[in-house]
Design a protein around this ligand. Structure first.
Ligand code: FES
Length: 251
């Protein structure tokens, strides 16, 4: 697509801290390249704010290649924006019209308190992983792959689940602020592979208990999580998680 320049009106959420009321602030940006990603556009906004002697907008990003899951904000009501199958750092301005007004908010959920502006604390996900999203095998040199044969279709299902980057968009999109797509992806990935069998009998129970303790809601089958997931994680993983949980409870 040919590069073009455009101007945008950005309504961005500003909030000094978790206990401070927030508000929208409006900024006009011009001479933006349609090839810019969202974090690059925020860099331009922050350079402008710094020149004006004002505080830059706090936002998360790291790899800027759709890998790490650090970026994430709600663009016009949708986590990661209106384009499907990508993260905020992969969302380019070419998808917006010259002169368009864009609203930017943090991923909203009570389990993800706002740290500042667009930055939220997603440590609740880390605590869920600590509750069971691991395998207790001695690490060392990688074993010869053929000593652990895994059927191709199972390996592909496991890799599809392992694509979850833990960005939290699923939680922000869900009307119940449920973390079930995230937790289900982690449980499925380990349940499918031989390496995950050692803790399989207790993993679903401990991770779901941790999820509930963090204050995430339950799945209402709205499927908004699947819609906004940048890695296309399927809600079929939630069905698998429920089966794993039932099996753990019956034991
Ligand atoms: S910054 Fe790493 S996925 Fe967006």
């Amino acid at each position: 697509m040919t590069e073009r320049t455009l101007s945008l009106v950005i309504k961005v959420w500003r909030q000094a801290g978790p206990d401070t009321p927030g508000r929208f602030e409006t900024h006009r940006l011009s001479n933006l390249s349609s090839d810019m990603s969202f974090p690059e556009m925020l860099d331009v906004l922050n350079a402008q704010l710094t020149q004006e002697g004002r505080e830059p907008v706090a936002f998360d990003s790291d790899c800027r290649e759709g890998i790490c899951g650090m970026c994430g904000a709600v663009v016009d009501g949708l986590p990661h924006g209106p384009e499907r199958g990508g993260t905020l750092c992969q969302l380019h301005l070419r998808h917006f019209k010259d002169g368009q007004t864009i609203t930017l908010e943090p991923l909203r959920a009570s389990a993800f308190p706002v740290v500042k502006d667009l930055v939220v604390d997603r440590a609740a996900f880390d605590r869920i992983i600590q509750a069971g999203g691991f395998v207790s095998v001695n690490t060392g040199s990688a074993p010869e792959a053929n000593t652990l044969p895994v059927p191709q279709n199972i390996a592909e299902q496991a890799m599809d689940a392992a694509a979850c980057i833990g960005c939290g968009a699923c939680v922000a999109a869900c009307p119940n602020a449920a973390a079930m797509l995230f937790v289900a992806a982690k449980i499925s990935q380990l349940a499918l592979l031989p390496q995950g069998q050692a803790e399989r009998k207790r993993r679903a129970a401990t991770m779901i208990a941790a999820m509930d303790k963090e204050g995430f809601g339950g799945c209402g089958n709205h499927r908004e999580c699947e819609r906004v997931c940048p890695k296309g994680i399927s809600i079929r993983n939630i069905a698998k998680m429920n089966r794993e949980y039932l099996a753990a409870a019956m034991r």
